[in-house]
Every structure is written in C-alpha cells, then in structure tokens.
Design a protein around this ligand. Structure first.
Ligand SMILES: CC(C)(COP(=O)(O)OP(=O)(O)OC[C@H]1O[C@@H](n2cnc3c(N)ncnc32)[C@H](O)[C@@H]1OP(=O)(O)O)[C@@H](O)C(=O)NCCC(=O)NCCS
Length: 171
C-alpha cells in the first residue's frame, strides 16, 4: 500500500484503468457506464494525476507482485476556504480477483489515518444503496446520513439510489 503522487498516478494510468474497468464490469456504481473502454478509463486517471499533482486529490494504491494494481482509494480535498477540515472519500475499489481478503478494509483505514494526520476532522462519501461497500463503511464506524433516490445510473443504465455516509475523525 503506497500513497502515489501525480507522477505515479500518471505512470500507472493503464493499470488503474484496468482496475476501474473491472469494477465497472462487475456492476459497481463508480461514475461510469459499462462497458468502459480502457482508453477512456486511462484518460480519466490522467486527469486525476493532474488533480493529485495540484494537491486536490490524495491517491493510494496496492500493487501485487506482477505489477497489477489490485486496489485503490482517494480523498478529494475541497479548495473552498470554509471546507478545509473535511474531505470526500472516493473511488474505493478492489479488483474482483482480490476481494474478500481485507484489502478494502485496509485501504479505507489507510485513507482515514492519513486524513486524521493531515488535520481533516470530517469525512463523507456516497455509495450505491445496498452495495457491499455499505457493510464495510458501517463496520468501520461510518454513520449513515440518508438516501437520495434516483441519484445515478448503474453501469447497466438504470437509475439507482445512493446512501450518504460521514465519519468524524479524532482531532
Ligand atoms: C467494497 C469493496 C472495496 C470491498 O473490498 P474487499 O477487499 O472485498 O473488502 P474486505 O475484504 O476488506 O472486506 C471488508 C468487509 O466487507 C465485507 N464484504 C466484502 N464484500 C462483501 C460482499 N460482497 N457482501 C457483504 N459483505 C462484504 C467483508 O465481509 C468484510 O466485513 P468484516 O469486516 O465484517 O469481515 C469491493 O467489493 C469493491 O471494490 N466493490 C466495488 C466498488 C465499490 O462499490 N466501491 C465503493 C464505492 S463507494
């Protein structure tokens, strides 16, 4: 597990794209419709590299022995002067072949610890209502704030609700 700077994210855009496409192919609602072309996914990650280099995004990734990215998570830091105490947890993804072995929990804990160390006191996120990720967030002490119906299209193109969560971090 390592935190990646902008150059790392850019250099690993193809591997990150493979993980993103696998996640979308698996039916998870992470902002894209299926099937997601690898080129589109890689271009999206290169934009994230720019945001990372600019300090608006913090990215962590886990890589296996063959150089494949097996999991990632990011924190998006708002640039508004009144919001520097909070961050949004985004794009927590574990490759389907690496799930169920604690990597998701480790990625989440890593991002939470780094956020607390950086002085962030409030995290928030949204996740498709009923997704397996909800179990993970609740087990990690996140609080369910509510549900927004028809929030986003699933990868298959159907409108689905999202559940908002937040977690206060110790100061
Ligand atoms: C959610 C996700 C990151 C979990 O990754 P993972 O590495 O499989 O998770 P872990 O092995 O660390 O498991 C963490 C907990 O979630 C539970 N869990 C994982 N997958 C689950 C599933 N399909 N159904 C129910 N519980 C599940 C585990 O049992 C574990 O619970 P425990 O702590 O009580 O034992 C992974 O399934 C994923 O990438 N999903 C698609 C993307 C997604 O939905 N991301 C969230 C977007 S906000």
């Amino acid at each position: 597990m390592a935190r990646w700077n902008g150059a790392h994210v850019r250099a690993h855009a193809p591997q990150l794209a493979e993980l993103l496409a696998d996640t979308v192919d698996g039916g998870a609602s992470v902002g894209f419709l299926a099937p997601l072309a690898r080129a589109e996914a890689a271009a999206w990650w290169r934009e994230r590299a720019d945001a990372t280099a600019a300090g608006r995004l913090a990215v962590w990734a886990a890589v296996d022995d063959s150089g494949r990215v097996t999991g990632t998570v990011s924190l998006a830091h708002p640039d508004k002067p009144n919001s520097r105490h909070r961050a949004e947890l985004v794009k927590l993804m574990v490759h389907r072949t690496a799930r169920g072995r604690g990597l998701g929990r480790l990625l989440l804990a890593t991002a939470e610890e780094a956020a607390a160390a950086a002085g962030v006191t409030l995290l928030h996120l949204d996740t498709e209502t009923g997704s397996p990720a909800e179990h993970l967030y609740r087990a990690a002490g996140w609080t369910r704030a509510g549900v927004i119906p028809d929030y986003a299209l699933s990868p298959a193109g159907e409108l689905r609700p999202t559940t908002l969560y937040y977690k206060r971090l110790a100061e």
